[in-house]
Design a binder for this molecule. Structure first.
Ligand SMILES: Cc1cc2nc3c(=O)[nH]c(=O)nc-3n(C[C@H](O)[C@H](O)[C@H](O)COP(=O)(O)OP(=O)(O)OC[C@H]3O[C@@H](n4cnc5c(N)ncnc54)[C@H](O)[C@@H]3O)c2cc1C
Length: 411
């Protein structure tokens, strides 16, 4: 090889974006993507239900820690190099017009992930990036020994198929690492566990309410700071919806340590002040003293859910006027502190991202180069960075891929 050469391990979102950025910055470099599968960008294709929620406007994000339970500080710094607006512009300038939904999620205007895949494939071809399909890399040293000047690891998150390159099934330090594996040359990999999952709850009366949506619920884990406020969906296996997914993300490590068994508290009202809830209940009970309590629906709760809560409080069928102070307290408590037991985790449409990975204190904070091994870089989900749903994970992939490309290009 005459020119300097770069090997990128993984033909996913981060691998392609890094290759394209690097080729645009440094056309003199020879860039090869190694992809173990017969097909590249498989996750981009299925992402966002086939539409690819490729970033977010970030309009409603006041603190990056809300949407990146891990990695927010590093991303705050890296967004100065290449942030959501840069990603938005990049796609539009490369023939992929985007649209911002009301919930601030950003999708290709075509509503089809192939708009992004086609863009990446044609850019890669135009820029002369080599793509080696069916090329699984297990030994990183071999790439350096084979003449590559730089190696970028973009192998994504938890998957059996990338355990060998990382060095062990879960990069557990006590298991050591295969020779040449990432772990053997970069031993700073934190435990990797799933994030973004839903909760299984064994409660027949609850799961019979499947399909019920509560627009503004607060889900929390008692005795911890883990809490999230968003819409909640009752399913036939337990609970799902943005409130639960966010909670699972923030509490990913905590729940993994407890084998996904934990108490859960639900506030069905979205109102954090229990006294305000009690005052509202007293008001509507006084106003409807002759009516059956079954027929009032505080906080716009669906009638099925309200009846379920009344049943729990043993108040179903009573007249409002007969509820009394004790009954009001019971209702207030159930509305604001309804307790459940999570029995296990389940997948949200088979979607999860990985919490954990290459430790952020083991990489250069501008270029994401390994502090253990020169010329070895990381981008995408292999890093200990992950976000909640809403396009935040792809944004992390674009940003970290750009940082690596710039780091190599500036050499
Ligand atoms: C079903 C689903 C839907 C999702 N939807 C969204 C969404 O809409 N918006 C969003 O922001 N995020 C979404 N995500 C998360 C998002 O897809 C990931 O965060 C993102 O793909 C990470 O990019 P990556 O390049 O780091 O990893 P990946 O996209 O996982 O790419 C890694 C690549 O490396 C290859 N590889 C692994 N090991 C080796 C090896 N040893 N040798 C060679 N190649 C290897 C893999 O085959 C793969 O192609 C979704 C995830 C899933 C599972």
């Amino acid at each position: 090889m005459n020119s300097e050469s770069v090997a990128i391990i993984g033909g996913g979102a981060a691998g392609f974006f890094c290759a394209i950025q690097l080729a645009e910055m440094r056309p003199d470099l020879s860039i090869t993507i190694f992809e173990q599968q017969k097909k590249v960008l498989a996750k981009v294709e299925i992402s966002g239900g086939g539409r690819c929620n490729c970033t977010n406007s970030f309009r409603d994000v006041t603190d990056l820690g809300q949407v990146y339970p891990r990695g927010s500080k590093l991303l705050k710094k890296l967004f100065k190099q290449f942030g959501p607006r840069d990603a938005f512009k990049w796609f539009e300038n490369h023939g992929v017009p985007l649209t911002i939904q009301e919930d601030q999620c950003v999708f290709p205007e075509a509503q089809d992930s192939h708009a992004i895949i086609n863009c990446f494939l044609s850019e890669a071809q135009r820029l002369g990036i080599r793509i080696k399909l069916g090329s699984k890399v297990d030994d990183i040293e071999q790439l350096f020994n084979g003449g590559y000047d730089y190696v970028v690891v973009t192998v994504g998150g938890l998957a059996k198929s990338n355990a060998s390159i990382l060095g062990s099934s879960n990069a557990n330090p006590s298991e050591g690492g295969n020779a040449g594996s990432l772990f053997s040359i970069h031993p700073s990999i934190t435990e990797r566990v799933p994030s973004l999952f839903t909760f299984n709850i064994k409660d027949k009366a609850l799961t019979e309410l499947m399909g019920t949506v509560v627009e503004n619920a607060i889900a929390s884990i008692p005795g911890t700071k883990f809490r999230s406020q968003a819409p909640l969906l009752i399913t036939h296996w337990g609970m799902s919806g943005p409130a639960i997914l966010k909670l699972s993300s923030h509490a990913a490590l905590y729940l993994a340590e407890r084998n996904y068994q934990s108490s859960l508290l639900i506030n069905w009202t979205g109102e954090t002040n229990a006294d305000a809830v009690r005052t509202h209940i007293i008001y509507i009970i006084e106003k409807n003293s002759q009516k059956l309590i079954d027929n009032i629906h505080p906080f716009n709760l669906q009638s099925r859910l309200w009846l379920y809560l009344l049943q729990k409080a043993q108040l179903q069928g009573k007249r409002c006027g007969d509820i009394g102070k004790k009954g009001i307290n019971k209702i207030t408590d159930l509305l604001t502190n309804d307790s459940y037991q999570i029995s296990s985790r389940s997948h949200y449409k088979d979607e999860f991202v990985t919490c954990g990975g290459v430790a952020l204190d083991s990489v250069n904070r501008l270029t994401l180069e390994s502090v253990h091994h020169p010329n070895l870089f990381f981008a995408g989900e292999v890093l200990d960075i992950d976000g909640v749903t809403g396009g935040f994970n792809f944004q992390a992939a674009w940003t970290t891929a750009y940082a690596v490309a710039k780091g190599i290009a500036d050499r």
